[in-house]
Design a protein around this ligand. Structure first.
Ligand code: 5GP
Length: 178
C-alpha cells in the first residue's frame, strides 16, 4: 500500500494573480484589437476565466469561445491521440485566434488545436498556456505566452484535475503519492 496522496503547493493564488496581470499586459501589447480567445476545455476553464478578465482590465474585448479536446493515452502520460469533442461556434476565418490551455507538455494538444484553427481559416493562431513543462526540453514546441515554467511532475488545482477531482483548488499543487 502506498502513501496517501498529498498536495505540495507549487504556485499560490497570489503568484498566479500577479503573473496573469503581467501576461495580459504582454498579450495586450501583441494581439490586434479584434481576436477570438478560445479556451481548450476542460483544464483551462479557471485560467481562462481569470485571464480573460485580466485582458479586459488591460483594455481588450475579445470574442470568447471554447473547444473541448480529449487526449486518449495511458494513465497520466500525455502520449496518445487527440480528438475534437466540441468545436467553437465563433467565426475564426480570416481572424487572429488566441488559444488558451492549462499545460504544454508534449505539445500535442496545442498543436492539434492550432492545426484545427488553421484548417478553419484563421489568419494567425497564438498560444497561451498557464504552465510550460517543455521549457527544459530541447526540440519541444513552445507557447507564445506562458505563465510559469513547470517541473516534470503531475500537477492539480486551479482547474486541473486528477480523475475529475482537485479542480476547485485556488492554487497549483504537485500531487504526490498517487
Ligand atoms: P500535451 O498534449 O501537451 O502532451 O498535454 C497537455 C495536456 O495534458 C494538458 O492540457 C492537460 O490536460 C494534460 N496534462 C499534462 N500534464 C498534466 C499534469 O501535470 N496535470 C494535469 N492535471 N493534466 C496534465
Amino acid at each position: 500500500m502506498g502513501d496517501a496522496a498529498h498536495l505540495e503547493p507549487l504556485f499560490t493564488s497570489d503568484a498566479i494573480e500577479s503573473r496573469l496581470d503581467r501576461l495580459a499586459y504582454e498579450i495586450a501589447g501583441t494581439m490586434p484589437k479584434d481576436f477570438a480567445a478560445v479556451a481548450i476545455l476542460k483544464g483551462s476553464f479557471i485560467f481562462a476565466a481569470d485571464l480573460i478578465r485580466a485582458l479586459t482590465a488591460h483594455g481588450l474585448n475579445p470574442d470568447v469561445d471554447f473547444m473541448t479536446l480529449a487526449s486518449y493515452g495511458l494513465g497520466t502520460s500525455s502520449s496518445g491521440t487527440v480528438s475534437l469533442l466540441r468545436d467553437v461556434e465563433v467565426e475564426v476565418a480570416g481572424r487572429h485566434v488566441l488559444l488558451i490551455d492549462d499545460i504544454l507538455d508534449s505539445g500535442r494538444t496545442v498543436a492539434f488545436a492550432k492545426a484545427h484553427m488553421k484548417a478553419k481559416g484563421a489568419a494567425a493562431v497564438h498560444t497561451c498556456v498557464l504552465l510550460d513543462k517543455t521549457s527544459g526540453r530541447s526540440g519541444a514546441s513552445r507557447a507564445d505566452f506562458a505563465g510559469f515554467a513547470c517541473p516534470p511532475a503531475f500537477v492539480v488545482g486551479y482547474g486541473m484535475d486528477h480523475a475529475h477531482k482537485y479542480r476547485g483548488l485556488p492554487f497549483v499543487a504537485i500531487l504526490k503519492g498517487e
